[in-house]
Design a protein around this ligand. Structure first.
Ligand code: F0G
Length: 458
């Protein structure tokens, strides 16, 4: 395939450095072979994350100039509230500084000690914010999601047998709520179908269970529904989004992804009780309920970005740029998660580096090697991210041991995708020379952010 035509032109550019081989080798050693600990100035193409890394439009920048920096009741709060009502269809919203602020408020309110939260697949911060108030997050995604080669069009779907199994095992009172992520990050950016969401609503209604979405990448999920699900071929994205949300009781949202802004988040709901409880707690942890840790200008950029990020023309370009990188790698037989997801291309580190045991952290090793080879920064999404078992303290080795090449929105050109693909293909040809890593420092929470490693000999 060819790279998609960008539906915009470039008005402002940012210079980036291109560290030489010697500097790259030094920089990754100094960073303890953890790409989170690299300095941005040592990175050429930054595919660490799609979070907070988007390029804003002239319309969003213009909106920032009408930021109303009042402590209370800023006009931009009301613009944001209206945008959420119009696009997602929720009546109430509580702003937060970013997604994990919303997770904290929502999950600490809904989870009681000893309760279980089934979710299609865990995400790092979501799992932690369920564990902190004493809960446990368990996965109920379909088996296909654990198989990188399986081309199921909706690998984010819930497996109802697994969900029923948790209800039978723990009892309905032990289930706090059901948590569904759209465009499941840890599964490779894989969508959930509308049919699955609709069925889940019926299933949960029978048990009077609440459904809370992690709607962080719901616009990209809506694009896949339009592309792949019968009956939605010509449906406007906003209509798809509103139908998706109508099957939930509320959502948390990190606006640093699909909303095309650099900071911000919110939770939204139609449930007055959830709204009142979380609106009260937001003043303890984030800021007043009409800004929640965002400046007025941030809320304006977010209100506008939520709309722009739900435009079909933009989403078509976005998803196809990610797919373009995926197709370049697949053409060279590099093992990736299929089909290519919404926000990133995920390399299958177990197949890429089959000579490394799980204890040598193949995905962490591969992310460090890619940086050293070409200055492209990616991220481990495997056993280091998953962490340890809460009870036994043992490392958990999930089936998926991946490296995420995450594409910021509207930031890189198709030529940057080609450079990245060339470098990964080059490394794939030399893969037998890549040695593993030993973890030498491990922080207690979310270890992947700050853990440090040393190289071990082949
Ligand atoms: N939920 C999902 C699905 C996410 O991907 C993230 C963040 C969050 C919640 C938390 O939001 O960062 O605004 O506090 N994901 C980033 C990533 C960090 O790189 O995937 P946040």
């Amino acid at each position: 395939m060819k790279g998609p035509v960008e539906p915009f032109k470039i008005k402002v550019i940012e210079h980036v450095g291109m560290p030489d081989e010697k500097r790259r080798t030094e920089a990754i050693r100094e960073a303890g072979y953890n790409t989170f600990l690299l300095k941005s100035e040592d990175v050429f193409i930054d595919l660490l994350t799609d979070s907070g890394t988007s390029a804003m439009s002239d319309n969003q920048w213009a909106g920032m100039m009408i930021g109303d920096e009042a402590y209370a009741g800023a006009r931009n709060f009301y613009h944001l509230e209206k945008a959420i009502q119009d696009i997602l269809g929720y009546k109430y919203m509580v702003p937060t500084h970013q997604g994990r602020g919303a997770e904290h408020l929502m999950y600490s309110h809904l989870v009681k000690p000893g309760q279980i939260v089934p979710r299609n697949m865990y995400f790092t911060t979501s799992k932690l914010h369920v564990e902190l108030p004493g809960g446990t997050m368990v996965d109920c995604i379909i088996d296909e999601a654990h198989d990188p080669e399986n081309e199921h069009p909706f690998k984010g779907n819930v497996d109802f047998k697994k969900l029923q199994g948790y209800i039978d095992e723990y009892g309905i009172d032990k289930i706090a709520f059901v948590n569904i992520e759209q465009d499941v990050n840890m599964a490779g950016g894989q969508p959930v179908s509308m049919e699955n969401l609709r069925k889940l609503r019926e299933f949960c209604d029978d048990y009077k269970l609440k459904i809370i979405y992690d709607a962080t990448r719901s616009s990209e999920n809506a694009y896949f529904i339009r592309e792949r699900e019968k009956g939605y071929e010509n449906t406007p994205i906003i209509e798809i989004l509103r139908e998706m949300m109508s099957y939930s009781d509320g959502c948390i949202y990190s606006s640093k992804k699909d909303c095309l802004v650099n900071i911000g988040g919110f939770l939204a709901t139609n449930d007055k009780e959830i709204f009142e409880a979380t609106r009260n707690m937001v003043v303890v942890y984030e800021g007043l309920h009409t800004y929640g840790g965002m400046a007025g200008r941030d809320m304006e950029a977010l209100a506008r970005g939520l709309k722009e990020g739900a435009e079909y023309k933009y989403l078509k370009y976005r998803i196809n740029q990610v797919r373009y990188l995926g197709s370049l790698l697949m053409d060279a037989s590099v093992p990736i998660v299929k089909p290519t997801g919404g926000h990133a291309v995920f390399l299958n580190a177990l197949k890429f580096l089959p000579h490394l045991s799980r204890e040598k952290w193949p995905a962490q090793t591969l992310a460090a090697a890619i940086y050293e080879d070409s200055g492209v920064r990616s991220m481990e999404r495997g056993a280091i991210s998953k962490g340890r078992d809460k009870v036994t303290g043992e490392n958990i080795f999930p089936k998926l041991e991946l490296v995420r090449l995450t594409i910021p929105r509207r930031v890189y050109t198709n030529t940057h995708m080609e450079y990245t693909a060339d470098s990964v293909i080059n490394l794939y040809e030399k893969r037998a020379e890549i040695a593993g890593l030993r973890m030498v420092y491990e922080p207690k929470y979310l270890r992947f952010f700050q853990a440090r490693f040393e190289k071990i000999d082949l």
